[in-house]
Write a new protein. Structure first.
Length: 122
């Protein structure tokens, strides 16, 4: 539960500060700034659904969580490239990788907790 809280803290900070970066540093309008959140949210939804299906079929969640953390860490490191001259396409690519990572971390973390609770009751 603490891990999910900390992950959520990072994720909510991302959703709060990205539009501020888009509007302040890149001088984008409000609609474009909001639309640039789609490269994060869309892959997150897809990865969350696919990772849930994978866990249901294979009954293993560790590799999904590891893959998610690797993607999220790489994308977060690439946030260091964010400045006024970074192309919007590069920003979208970085946010897409981050969205895949987030989707592979949130859903499996929750599923693994309930899976472990069921497993320990037997």
């Amino acid at each position: 539960m603490a891990q999910s809280f900390l992950i959520g803290l990072v994720y909510q900070s991302l959703l709060y500060y990205l539009p501020i970066y888009f509007q302040s540093a890149l001088q984008l309008d409000l609609i474009t700034s909001a639309a640039l959140l789609l490269p994060t949210v869309t892959p997150q939804a897809i990865a969350s659904a696919l990772s849930g299906q994978y866990i249901s079929r294979v009954k293993r969640y560790g590799e999904v969580i590891w893959f998610g953390y690797i993607c999220w860490t790489i994308a977060t490191g690439l946030h260091c490239l964010f400045d006024r001259s970074l192309a919007i396409g590069a920003v979208a690519a970085i946010l897409t990788v981050e969205g895949w990572g987030i989707g592979c971390v949130f859903q499996p973390s929750t599923s693994s907790l309930s899976f472990l609770q069921r497993w320990t009751k037997h």
